[in-house]
Design a protein around this ligand. Structure first.
Ligand code: NAP
Length: 309
């Protein structure tokens, strides 16, 4: 029998236990699953860094760490972890992100705010242009970025995507590399960022990058807060070069009470709710990875420590 340690924030174990048991059973695996097992007896660690486990050294027998989160920067930064690490790629998480991105992109595309808050009862009957005439760029074409890019293209938007390595996604103009970044940003009217937090993506959206966007462009960032230069964004909003930013992720979370983003009329703050790992679909992914490891097959969604994501 396998032994699985579950370490995440309080309350999560109760949500996951029955789904994990069912998913493992569906793969023909039996396991003891607990939050407090003797470290030397543990085979797999289902993990989020918000839980109690921070030191991996006593887990001498463990074969892999299976992250509950898609963003793994805090796990990669843990020097005690040398085991193979798989990040979370979950259909439920993906759907959540697609819905969040589609909703906020449509808000900016349709100019909904002007009608939702209209105390002066202004009758400005100018129809928005069609999505096919709206240039949307998605930075990051991974599991989430590619799904969002496809969904936006499905709504008719003119979508460009950008990734580290060259990529092809049907219906999307795909670019890569630093020249590709400049081209992806040039004239984009709505920018969606779904990049991971790595040293290379730190402040990628600085003043120069934001200056490439179309006049009055909007930003939607559900990726990571470190990708953005906060001061450069505030300056671009204050000068009217950007019309609005919808931000779900921040350098410090929860966003401190005195951060200017809270009070700025050009910023919508959402509290890191864009997409959540769903116990049922995520348990199936974890069980499949355990089956693979036990069968000597490569893990799915293995983190590249060098690249940091
Ligand atoms: P992923 O599959 O690892 O994809 C990351 C994408 O970013 C890939 O296309 C990758 O390029 C690209 N990339 C990475 N570093 C780059 C660089 N230096 N230059 C250019 N492109 C770079 O990740 P994912 O599952 O799509 O998730 C993306 C991020 O969303 C996560 O890292 C996490 O931080 C965030 N997230 C947020 C929430 C939320 O609720 N707000 C929920 C889940 C995830 P390649 O394709 O060439 O590798």
């Amino acid at each position: 029998m396998l032994r699985l340690l579950f370490s995440a924030r309080p309350g999560q174990f109760e949500l996951y236990l029955s789904h994990l048991e069912a998913a493992l059973e569906a793969k023909g695996l039996t396991a003891e699953i607990g939050t407090e097992l003797p470290p030397e007896a543990v085979d797999y660690i289902v993990y989020a860094p918000s839980g109690p486990l921070q030191d991996f050294t006593p887990f001498t027998r463990a074969k892999a760490v299976l992250s509950l989160w898609a963003g793994v920067e805090r796990i990669v930064a843990n020097p005690t972890l040398t085991l193979p690490l798989a990040r979370m790629v979950d259909g439920g998480l993906e759907r959540g992100m697609v819905e969040y991105v589609a909703g906020h992109v449509l808000r900016h595309h349709l100019g909904m705010d002007a009608h939702i808050v209209n105390p002066g009862r202004a009758w400005v009957n100018v129809s928005p242009k069609l999505a096919r005439d709206r240039r949307v760029t998605v930075l990051g074409l991974g599991a989430l970025g590619a799904a969002c890019a496809r969904a936006l293209a499905g709504l008719g938007f003119d979508v460009t995507g950008w990734s580290r390595r060259e990529k092809a996604v049907e219906g999307i103009r795909c670019l890569s590399g630093s020249d590709g970044l400049a081209e992806a940003l040039d004239g984009a009217e709505i920018l969606v960022t779904l990049l991971p937090q790595t040293p290379q993506t730190e402040r990628m959206l600085d003043a120069a990058a934001l200056a490439r966007l179309a006049a009055g462009a909007a930003l939607v960032n559900p990726g990571r807060g470190t990708v953005l230069d906060d001061e450069a964004l505030l300056a671009a909003l204050d000068e009217g070069r950007l019309s609005h930013a919808t931000l779900d992720v921040f350098r410090v979370e929860p966003l401190p009470d005195d951060h200017p983003f809270w009070a700025h009329p050009g910023v919508t703050v959402t509290p890191h709710i864009a997409a959540e790992t769903r116990p049922e679909t995520a348990s199936a992914v974890i069980a499949e990875n355990i089956r693979r490891m036990e069968a000597g097959e490569p893990l799915l969604h293995l983190v590249d420590r060098e690249a940091g994501y």
